[in-house]
Design a protein around this ligand. Structure first.
Ligand code: ME8
Length: 498
């Protein structure tokens, strides 16, 4: 079975911040989970490099836009490398293949009659790269209704995408398949917006030079959002009207800020092209500082590099995926970060592994006890695997982690109850045998979330990484061969002093 997951492609006018990391780590976690459950995964991410905003940022730096884009897309790639992001393809909208896709789609929609020529008269917000109709703005104070920043007036010849034509089809599609919009509480916002009436969308600009050229006689640059949304088609080699075997996307992750583009314009374009719509478009919430959205323009961003250097990649990934149910907003604070790190990672998981291995060394000379598992523990493991699968199918990272941590708790409780350090040796062997089996299954369950930690545990359990990478998640991973010696031990997490 295939699994196609995407992130937004990020604007490169500035450095990646926690928000960008959040969506990308979430997509990575889904990809890793579906890989270890046996699916053929395609994970697309990349950078959105056209538009006025980017051209302005390059000018400020005194660079050509091309040089600037090359440099900034590398910065994003390096960040993903640092975070262990296992993408299948990194797309840049300045790539030739993507430019061809966009022109091909433009031509096809013109032939269909879904793109026509007219004149745009209204406002344009550069930071949002969005056209705003006159009716939405007070002319005495022309600011963007979304971001509150100044807008500019446009009156120019333009090509339009016939968005209004898809109003009814979109509504009836959502009635039949409401689960396309996730979390479910976002659906109403989308259907309300469509029901208020859709206007055709201007998809060219006369004067922006940094954009894909329209395939029309008189040249225009294609509107950056029309260009950007089509990256999801370029990613699967859309050519001659056909995407490859990964189509349609199974999960498209976005922030709630760009839900309308993805739940209205994007499906309408796909309908116009006669392509299947995505299975799920999941809009997650915002990370805020205080009550303000974290964003460069507000100057309140937390630097991810600093956090990674202090708490490790896995500390960072764990916090983002565990702290807030995916879909809701979350307020960032260092205090919350440290609390989560100390209690869940250092205390619960770190201690379980540490205590177990110390005892294995002391009582069994480092040979990992194996073979015994009580029916209670087996039932707990079965239900964890089942529940984690349910939550991961629903893109509920925090809930999946909560399930896994319940199992971590079971093993800590078992140690506390059975006290293998004072128990007769046969009983100690049974207890530790179960803990080792448990640690093994836990190392696979947490792998999508904190892969570096899993690798450290595999070393301790003497499981080769190359072997582990081929394992499909199931109970067989608990079977540690008789007589296996514990491998190299590394401290998983060191408690942070406050
Ligand atoms: O919108 N909290 O790019 P962008 C959580 N190029 N997530 C956040 C966030 C925050 N405070 N800030 C940003 C664009 N994000 C377009 C997308 S797609 C065809 C084109 C994340 O660089 C979140 O995923 O502004 C959000 O949707 C995305 O970054 C916006 O990135």
């Amino acid at each position: 079975m295939k699994f196609y997951v995407t992130t937004p492609i990020y604007y490169i006018n500035d450095q990646p911040h926690i928000g960008h990391c959040y969506t990308t780590i979430a997509a990575d976690c889904l990809s890793r989970y579906h890989r270890i459950t046996g699916k053929d995964v395609f994970f697309l991410t990349g950078t959105d490099e056209h538009g006025e905003k980017i051209a302005q940022a390059a000018e400020k730096k005194g660079m050509t836009v091309q040089q600037f884009s090359d440099q900034m897309s590398e910065i994003f790639k390096k960040m993903w490398e640092k975070l262990g992001i296992s993408y299948s393809r990194f797309i840049r909208t300045t790539e030739v293949q993507h430019q061809n896709t966009v022109r091909q789609v433009f031509k096809k929609l013109m032939e269909n009659g879904d793109i026509y020529q007219g004149e745009y008269a209204g406002y344009y917000c550069i930071p949002c790269e969005f056209f705003i109709p006159k009716t939405k703005i007070d002319p005495s104070k022309p600011v963007c209704p979304d971001c509150g920043r100044e807008v500019k007036i446009l009156k120019e010849k333009s090509y339009f995408f016939r968005l209004s034509k898809y109003e009814k089809s979109l509504l009836s599609y959502l009635e039949k398949k409401p689960e396309m919009i996730q979390p479910p509480f976002r659906l109403e916002e989308v259907t309300n917006f469509i029901s208020q009436g859709l206007t055709d969308l201007s998809i060219t600009r006369q004067h922006t030079v940094w954009g894909i050229e329209s395939p029309t006689e008189e040249k225009y640059s294609i509107y950056v959002w029309f260009d950007a949304l089509l990256n999801y088609l370029t990613g699967v080699d859309y050519a001659d009207g056909k995407p490859n075997k990964y189509w349609p996307p199974d999960v498209q992750l976005i922030g709630k800020d760009i839900l309308r583009f993805h739940s209205i314009i994007w499906p309408a374009i796909l309908m116009a092209l006669g392509l299947e719509l995505p299975e799920k478009i999941f809009a997650h919430g915002w990370w805020t500082v205080g009550s303000e959205k974290m964003s460069k323009s507000k100057g309140n961003v937390i630097n991810p590099v600093e956090l990674i250097d202090r708490f490790g990649v896995d500390g960072f990934r764990y916090f983002l995926l565990r702290e807030v149910p995916f879909g809701l907003d979350g307020e960032y604070s260092e205090e919350k970060f440290i609390k989560r790190y100390n209690s869940d990672l250092a205390n619960d998981l770190g201690n379980l592994v540490n205590r177990t291995i110390n005892l294995v060394e002391k009582l069994f000379n480092g040979i990992l006890p194996s073979g015994f598992i009580s029916s209670d523990i087996e039932t707990a493991i079965d239900s964890t695997i089942k529940n984690v699968d349910h939550y991961m199918t629903n893109v509920s990272f925090s809930e999946a982690l909560t399930e896994i941590w319940k199992l971590v708790g079971e093993f800590n409780k078992l140690l506390d109850k059975e006290k293998p350090w004072t128990a007769p040796i046969d009983s100690a062997k049974n207890t530790l045998s179960q803990c080792i089996a448990g640690i093994s299954i836990i190392s696979f369950l947490v792998y999508p979330f904190i892969p570096e930690t899993s690798k450290k545990i595999w070393k301790i359990l003497n499981i080769e990484e190359s072997v582990a990478n081929k394992i499909i998640l199931n109970k067989d991973v608990m079977k540690i061969p008789e007589g296996t010696k514990a491998g190299k031990r590394e401290i998983l997490f060191t408690r942070i002093k406050i």
